[in-house]
Every structure is written in structure tokens, then in C-alpha cells.
Design a protein around this ligand. Sequence first.
Ligand code: FA5
Length: 345
Amino acid sequence: MEEKLKKIQQDYLNRIGSSKTLKDLDEIFIGLFGKNGEVDTLSKQFKDIPKEELKTVGPLFNQIKQKLEKGIRVKREELREEIYQALENETLDTRSGEIKKRTGHIHPVTQFENEIIRLFNKLGFVRADAPQIDTDYNNFEVLNIPENHPARDLQDTLYISGKQQVTNDKLLLRTHTSNSQIRALSQNKPPIRLMNIGRCFRYENVDARHEHTFEQFEIVYVDKRVSMTHLQFLSEYFLKSVFGKDTKARLRPKYYPFVEPGTGVDSLCIFCKGKGCKVCGGIGWLEIGGAGMIHPQVLRNGGIDPDKYSGIAWGFGPERMVMLKYGIKDIRLFNSGDLEFLQKL
Ligand code: FA5
């Protein structure tokens, strides 16, 4: 193990030394310290090492971790310095008349969100946002997801230091816009038609479909005799407005602790119209979000009598829909600041 650690150290130091950009360094950092990265994988192997050997391997492992962390920090400073230097040496001749005026435009995801807000405004839904930094209670507990509930594993959470001052509850970056549900229920009297749109955060293994920072849109609709029929109608209304009249919505059983029954909301694949293609993985349908009838206990938590009222909650990810609408292959482009990409949309 000792030899292995030393070799890993040398390999990474070489890679750090030959990095040319800050992005290279970010990739090395994630490969080392990210979820399922080198450090994670190595720590898992410690349980198989004999106790005696662990006495030397343990401290060596910590030393190497610190050394690599420092190596990345120092190299990052060096690269930054080079960038500043290059900027300082750059000159701009404002007399040449070659500076073109560039007109900006609203970010494509924001444009799409504005469209959604208009669509649901027409049905009488009013916007009521919830905070991005919230308590564990509002994000999980009140939604039937107590500590140690397996559903928490589906939403890897970024906790922040410090506690809520009054309740002393743990604080976190909300993992979904469903943190608006308890506010919608407890601060309003039925009939309730509210929508919430905004940023959510998860400690994700980032890839072409998963961002650590992404948007969600959610509606909460409570009244007498609200049923799954309303859910089907709203899903169809929404999908047809966005993707065109020949789209269909499908509700498929899916488990979320705060709704009963719970559903995944699928759209007929807009590329193959249900025949099955690469984008939908041959299924003919694409999942765009989750929804369901608000769980009686959640209604009760919000002070609403489930024997008198019923409600639906419905939430999905706008980025994934914009990706479908414009054929964008990688979700990371949205927050990349890449002007070439943004100007095309
Ligand atoms: C939820 O977050 C539930 N709160 C949705 C819900 C609301 C269910 C109301 C029932 C009632 P889920 O984790 O499946 O569920 O996420 C919903 C949608 O958010 C996904 O379909 C996807 O479009 C988007 N989403 C989730 N995680 C990411 C991510 N890391 N990057 C981009 N989009 C994401």
C-alpha cells in the first residue's frame, strides 16, 4: 500500500505540474477529492489493511493528501498570475474603430422559465418562491423524509455550517423546490394555486445531464376534489404548449415520500414520437419531472384538513426541457459562460 500511495502521489504531482489551465486543475481536484475520486476509493480499502501496517499507511495517506491539495493550490495561484500578467500586457486600441457592438439577450433557461410562468399565470397560478438556503425540516422532514430515510440518498445534500437561529435546525442548500410546499400550505387557505421557480443544489457527480446547481419549477394546487385528472391535464397542457400539439404526457408510478400516489411525468419523445430512438434509449418516452397527490400527512403538516381538501404537487427541471427543445447535449453548457454557445440560442 505504501508503494502504491507513493506512486499515486508522484503521478498526481506530475499531472499538477504539467497543467496548463485552471480547468485542468479543477479536473484533477475532482478526480482526487470528488465523490468516488481517488481519495474516496483509497479510504475504502483501509479496512482490509492489517492494523500494524495502518500505523504507517494512515499518516502517510494524510500527508500525501495535504501535499497534493497544497500542490493544486500553489499551481492555481501560478496559473492565475500568468492570466493576470497576460491581461496586463494586452492593449486595446479604441481608435481603430474595430470594436463591434454586441447586443446581449436573456439566458435561454430564463427565457424558457418566463414562458412557463406566463403559461401557468393563465391558469391562475401565482408565483411564491421559497429560500435557496433552508432548514433540514422544510426541505426534508416536513415532507415525510426524516433523517436516515433512504429517499435522502437520492438527493445528495450540501449542508452549510451554522444553524437556524430560532429553531436551531440544520441549514442546507435546498435540493428541490418542494421546500415551497409547506410554506404554500401553511401560509394560504384553499383554494391554493401557487408556483415556485428557482435554483436547487445537489452534491452531484456532474455529467451531461446532472448539474450541481440547476433550476426546478414546481406547482402546488389545493382545492376540494382535486384529482389525478388535474395532474394529467396540467402535464398535457404544459407539454403541448412547449413541444407542440402532437406531444403526449404519461404519468408513471414513481415513489416520492411527500405524494401519494406519486408519479414520474413523461413526455412522448419529441425526436421519435414514441417509436424509440437514441435520445429516449428506445423507450419512446422521456422523463421530465415528478408529481403526485400531496400526501395527507403533508397537508396536515400545513394545517389543511385532508378529509376536506386534496392537492397536487408537480415539479420538473427546466434545463432538461430546454435541452430537449433545442437539442443541447450537455447541461453544463448553460452555466459555462461560453458566449459562442449562448449566442446561438
Ligand atoms: C424532485 O426533486 C421532486 N421534488 C419532484 C416532485 C415535486 C415530486 C412535487 C413530487 C411532487 P427529482 O429528484 O426526480 O424529484 O427531480 C425532478 C426533476 O429535476 C428531474 O426530473 C430533473 O428534470 C431535475 N433534476 C434533478 N436533479 C437534477 C440535476 N442534478 N441536474 C439537472 N436537473 C436535475
